[in-house]
Design a protein around this ligand. Structure first.
Ligand SMILES: NC(=O)c1ccc[n+]([C@@H]2O[C@H](COP(=O)([O-])OP(=O)(O)OC[C@H]3O[C@@H](n4cnc5c(N)ncnc54)[C@H](OP(=O)(O)O)[C@@H]3O)[C@@H](O)[C@H]2O)c1
Length: 277
């Protein structure tokens, strides 16, 4: 849908690499915007930056840990007391652990499941009453939601879940309901990929997008499409993986040792960010 100056957009993961590029584009287009992320300080700094760039914008931010169920109710209450309509929900907050499964702790596994999968499901359910048939939900999936990749088993599971959730809910809500969209970036140059993953991408020659390219793809989704995968080569691999999974077994099998070497060498960078609030 197009912004009408009254219907709000809500972006989770707003202070992250991709999130801030999305917020910038939405404000430039005139959306009233609520930004959500976990830590207050970077979020407040981002709000200050954006207010300076867009002095007339309608902008608010809330620092919430979306892994906590209570955060979802806080967001629904925030919409309720303001009696606002939600035109766009971007489920962008995410974490990843790049490590062999046996080296992933329970905390790492839970963090990925809760934030990447459970939080968007809960948040979408809680906010549907504030949306109408012109509204859109955009879930930030990943190429890894289609392609199981060594070293990312839990992350891939969460993104695959999010892909199926998007498709199933879209079909459930039908033409009258909000449009449920999936945006599946390939590797993108953000903090999420600091350390081992960035080194792996360089070594494998993987294409890496800028957050601005992902934000531009999201803006294109708002004009009508339901799903978008970034990267020509990645789209081809996704297709081949659906049609001939054995082929990708062989390709990735031949690269397995090299990939896992990066997990082992870069183990400190392989954990989800442990940041202080
Ligand atoms: N970067 C890539 O290569 C890539 C590729 C495909 C898909 N994606 C997906 O794109 C989305 C954005 O990724 P990104 O690269 O922009 O990541 P990022 O730079 O690491 O940003 C992550 C964002 O999520 C927020 N967040 C983390 N834990 C949270 C929690 N418990 N509660 C609320 N917010 C929390 C962070 O806030 P704090 O900093 O305050 O914790 C930050 O705003 C993710 O869903 C990711 O899986 C990324």
């Amino acid at each position: 849908m197009q912004p009408d100056g009254q219907t709000w957009a809500l972006v989770t993961g707003a202070s992250g690499g991709i999130g801030r590029a999305i917020c910038d584009r939405l404000l430039a287009d005139g959306w009233p915007l609520l930004m959500v992320a976990r830590r207050h300080v970077p979020l407040a700094a981002l709000e200050g930056e954006l207010r300076a760039r867009y002095p007339n914008c309608q902008l608010a931010s809330l620092a919430l840990d979306l892994a906590q169920e209570a955060s979802v109710s806080i967001l629904a209450d925030w919409c309720q007391v303001r009696d606002l309509r939600l035109g766009l929900l971007v489920n962008g907050a995410g974490v990843q652990a790049f490590a062999p499964l046996q080296q992933q702790t329970d905390a790492q596994i839970q963090a990925q499941l809760q934030l990447n999968l459970l939080a968007p499901i809960r948040l979408t359910r809680a906010l549907l009453p504030f949306m109408d048939g012109r509204s859109q939900v955009v879930n930030l999936g990943s190429t890894f939601g289609d392609i199981g990749y060594p070293g990312f088993s839990v992350y891939c599971a969460t993104k695959a879940g999010l892909h199926q959730f998007s498709q199933a809910l879209g079909r459930e809500l039908g033409a009258e309901g909000p449009r449920i969209c999936l945006l599946a970036p390939r590797a993108t140059d953000t903090e999420l990929n600091a350390g081992g993953v960035a080194a792996l991408n360089r070594a494998m020659g993987n294409g890496v997008d800028s957050p601005q390219q992902v934000a531009a793809a999201l803006m294109a989704l708002l004009k009508g499409r339901r799903r978008r995968y970034l990267g020509g080569a990645e789209r081809l691999y996704v297709l081949l993986n659906r049609l001939f999974p054995g082929l990708l077994d062989r390709v990735l099998g031949s690269q397995r040792e090299k990939i896992l070497q990066f997990c082992r060498e870069e183990h400190p960078a392989a954990t989800p960010k442990e940041k202080q609030a």
